[in-house]
Design a protein around this ligand. Sequence first.
Ligand code: COA
Length: 429
Amino acid sequence: MSWKASYQAKLLTAEEAVKHIPSDSRVVLGHAIAEPMALVEAMVNNKEQYHNVEIVHMVAMGKGAYTGPEMAGHFRHNALFVGGSTREAVSSGRADYTPCFFTEVPKLFKDGILPVDVALVHLSRPDENGYCSFGVSVDYSKPAAESARIVIAEVNDRMPRTMGDSFIHVSDIDYIVETSYELVELQPPRIGDVEKAIGENCAKLVEDGATLQLGIGAIPDAVLLFLKDKKDLGIHSEMFSDGVVELVEAGVINNSKKTLHPGKMVVTFLMGTRRLYDFIDNNPDVEFYSVDYVNNPYVIMKNDGMVSINSCIQVDLMGQVVSETIGLKQFSGVGGQVDYVRGSSLSKGGKSIIAMPSTASKGTVSRIVPLITEGSAVTTSRNDVHYVVTEYGIADLKGKTLRQRAEALIHIAHPDFREELWHAFNNRF
Ligand code: COA
């Protein structure tokens, strides 16, 4: 049978397709912007048919309706990262959180640690050879589909066709639902004076020819504002958003000095606006690979001059970095932070940066603290940490004693909190 005939034979409505999800199964949802919204909605509407279905995914961009109290017994969410629509369910015990590095998620699926029964994925239309692209999210979405017993795909004409190792053939999909709707867009964040000052400090650490990993949010976007005078920058990043497109158009990012995949931007997923989605559509300059490749520290390290920039919630005076919990509350997840901290630290001339405002909660608490809040999880260990940056400056902690680290961190704390930090310092040293 030709792939076109096979494609036609697999076409169902979303309501028909979700009837193939068995009870007592594990369902992995396509990640972030590539959450298959029509399939998820049909699955939730069909809840009475299922009991004990585990829903696994990371950054949730949909409504997270399967976490509602009325879903008890039908669905239970296992979060590998906690986001706005799933945070309350995890905090109140209706959903679970599994700690893991982003780079190891495909291994969890492929090695049968978390065997995948059903992958619900969101793809581009097939090309002339019958290959659909995983579009904005290759990350764990492709490995999940490769490991699943049943693959149900939403094929959306608004999903960009991305390049790299980002394809699945129609013959490897069990059921197909055609959709046509605009992808979720993430608008650029508001960048205030604090973020600008942090961005300017981070930019001082970026040399011409560096390869960058940038997280999401106001701080990475603020850093990009201060890179306009740099030359020959490259991208090897878990993700990036709209700010990068401007630097590509300005010729600042040209990937010419990259020592791995020269000339190409390498990424595993993206979140941004339609401008970004159009930029990556059929663009051979941007290569997508699964996250077990892109975020593998031994792959990251092959980029000489690798600079990673990520954010956090708290840093203690030893340099322990808390990025995913506020006390006992799981606020987000480790994501790729440690993958990049380690990959950058192994890279020749590499630097990892943890950048954060010096305070939180409208200036009422310091993010630099004598001791981390009880119940918090350390995301980046004191052995891994390198630079910590706030709006007040840069603390270089690598190779520094505990005493030197504490001094460097107090110097970049908010002035309102320095006195109590010095008090803690004097009691300790
Ligand atoms: N004490 C109490 N509350 C705190 C706090 C602290 N030390 N630090 C932050 N908060 C609160 C903030 O006040 C804010 O609450 P509000 O929205 O009610 O004001 C909330 O937590 C979020 O903080 P903020 O710093 O604004 O979040 P952010 O959107 O910039 O994200 C991280 C910061 C650390 C949560 C985010 O970068 C993350 O999840 N990192 C880990 C994963 C990672 O690095 N992945 C790699 C790149 S994608």
